[in-house]
Design a protein around this ligand. Structure first.
Ligand code: ZN
Length: 157
């Protein structure tokens, strides 16, 4: 499979603007600040992290703006939602279509490591086909303990 290159920010900005316009929404300064923050935060982040970053770009961004913008950012494929079974979700800037990814989630500190696992995608398709089904989505999430958390647990009295 060819390796995909990250989409241009301007391309994503256009996609986001088009997406929200279709929903009858305007690309307000606040929404674009959230967009910019969502694009530039590194790794996995929470809605609160996003609020902090967006406010550093535009002080007038409210918590409500964040929560209303999140589904728009996910829907326009700017970011991806990662559910690790906690009360809050994590988000991750999308870098374009990639191979199937498996997630390793540290139970101690919620560190999320994503690894490409195209064989899993193949496996899902093969198993589904065997039952005359077509897969729509699938995920592989491994709960684990990172090196630091392993040490912390063994040192506990
Ligand atoms: Zn950990």
């Amino acid at each position: 499979m060819p390796k995909s290159t990250p989409p241009e920010t301007t391309e994503q900005s256009r996609a986001f603007r088009t997406y929200i316009a279709e929903k009858g929404l305007r690309a307000t300064r606040q929404r674009m600040a959230v967009f910019e923050a969502a694009r530039t935060l590194p790794g996995h982040y929470t809605a609160e992290d996003l609020l902090k970053k967006a406010r550093s770009l535009d002080r007038t961004v409210s918590r409500a703006t964040i929560y209303r913008a999140l589904p728009l950012l996910v829907g326009s494929a700017v970011i991806r939602e990662v559910d690790v079974g906690r009360d809050h979700k994590y988000y991750l800037a999308e870098v374009g279509p990639t191979n199937f990814r498996a997630q390793l989630v540290c139970e101690g500190c919620d560190t999320i490591v994503e690894v490409e696992a195209p064989f899993m995608e193949w496996y899902g398709k093969a198993v589904a086909a065997k039952h005359g089904m077509r897969p729509i989505s699938q995920k592989l999430q491994v709960t684990a303990l990172c090196d630091r958390c392993q040490k912390r647990r063994t040192h506990r009295p």
